[in-house]
Design a protein around this ligand. Structure first.
Ligand SMILES: NC(=O)C1=CN([C@@H]2O[C@H](COP(=O)(O)OP(=O)(O)OC[C@H]3O[C@@H](n4cnc5c(N)ncnc54)[C@H](OP(=O)(O)O)[C@@H]3O)[C@@H](O)[C@H]2O)C=CC1
Ligand SMILES: CC(C)(CO)C(=O)C(=O)O
Length: 319
């Protein structure tokens, strides 16, 4: 397949790497002027857990191809769109007139109605998924993170179309196990509030990476997530369809908090993922917390822990 990764972010890079190694032809679309700044290769320091549970370390300079323009008559089969949720509107506005014949895999967090989130992109050309990988670029430009063995694909009650099947096949060929989420809207929102719970407590300490080893703060993160479950119900999510996703928040924290702390200390793929979320200036965690809190306020759902953490993610008032 001819694949265009939109942007050169954390997720685009990790999956672009895996897809290229599986024989696909991978390029990156980056904003005009970025190619020179990025250089010819991406420095990777990854834990590849596709074949080994504890991961295999990959340290490599990966030579990549960039393009800074996209005409609608391109011949990409697939465009992988993985940007923070607050960047989606701008990205879909750019892509809509340029999508050509490609399928667009929307591959990240969404907090609005998914069909609204894609703007004017043609819905019959969309596939939906979510990465099971994580990490971040360090100040030294190195991408550190972990690529887990599975990847999520979602639908909204319908079986996957031919296009969606073709995208799944490409990821299968990259050695990834597919996990299907038939209520993907609900799944996305469960994931979003899970992030909000953890990020809110991470931000209180400076960044998500600070939660590693901090069992008490992890407990607060889990409880912040628990407080957000009524918000999901208020939005019409049937939580019975997401038992696995909400279990960490419903289970007793005397069990879950030390278990998570243990995982982050001893299970290398989880550890490197969290450690790489160390940028205290990162925008996305703040945006996730802000948008979750705004929605809780709009719907009148009490979220005292998220509210108490607001000073660490509120927008600075300038003036
Ligand atoms: N990082 C992680 O560990 C995980 C991330 N996710 C989710 O995956 C998604 C992607 O995350 P991540 O890879 O971390 O995000 P990043 O911020 O690392 O990457 C986003 C990339 O998209 C580019 N981009 C955004 N908008 C545009 C635009 N309009 N035109 C051109 N380029 C654009 C950015 O470029 P520029 O810098 O120029 O703006 C950047 O290269 C998010 O929804 C996130 O929540 C999920 C699990 C883990
Ligand atoms: C919370 C974390 C770090 C887990 O990978 C994340 O970024 C996400 O899943 O959105």
């Amino acid at each position: 397949m001819k694949i265009l990764m939109f942007g050169r972010g954390v997720i685009a890079t990790m999956y672009g790497w895996a897809l290229e190694r599986a024989g696909h032809d991978v390029e990156f679309y980056v904003r005009p002027g970025r190619t020179a700044a990025y250089g010819e290769a991406i420095d990777l320091d990854l834990l590849d857990a596709r074949r080994r549970v504890w991961g295999q370390r990959v340290v490599q300079k990966w030579p990549v191809r960039y393009r800074e323009a996209l005409e609608p008559d391109h011949d990409f089969d697939l465009i992988v769109l993985s940007v923070p949720h607050h960047r989606l509107a701008e990205a879909t506005a750019f892509l809509s007139p340029r999508v050509g014949q490609a399928t667009v895999l929307v591959f990240g967090n969404i907090w609005t109605e998914p069909l609204a989130a894609i703007g004017a992109l043609p819905v019959d050309q969309i596939a939906w998924g979510f990465p099971q990988a994580g990490g971040g670029f360090g100040a030294d430009g190195v991408l550190r993170g972990a690529l887990l063995p599975s990847v999520i694909f979602g639908t909204f009650g319908q079986p996957p179309t031919e296009r969606e099947q073709a995208v799944r096949q490409a990821f299968r060929e990259a050695g990834l196990r597919l996990k299907e989420q038939p209520d993907f809207r609900g799944w996305l929102w469960v994931h979003f509030v899970s992030d909000a719970g953890l990020f809110s407590q991470g931000l209180r300490l400076g960044s998500l990476s600070k939660l590693a080893g901090a069992t008490g703060d992890l407990r607060e993160g889990l409880l912040a997530g628990r407080e957000l479950l009524p918000l999901l119900k208020a939005r019409g999510v049937d939580l019975r369809r997401h038992r696995g996703g909400v279990l960490p928040f419903r289970a007793p924290t005397w069990l879950t908090a030390p278990a998570l702390a243990w995982l982050l200390a001893h299970f290398a793929p989880a550890r490197v993922n969290f450690e790489a979320h160390s940028d205290p200036e990162a925008e996305e965690p703040r945006e996730i917390c802000r948008d979750t809190l705004a929605e809780a306020r709009r719907l009148g759902v009490a979220v005292p822990r998220l509210e108490a953490a607001e000073p660490s993610f509120a927008r600075e008032v300038t003036g």
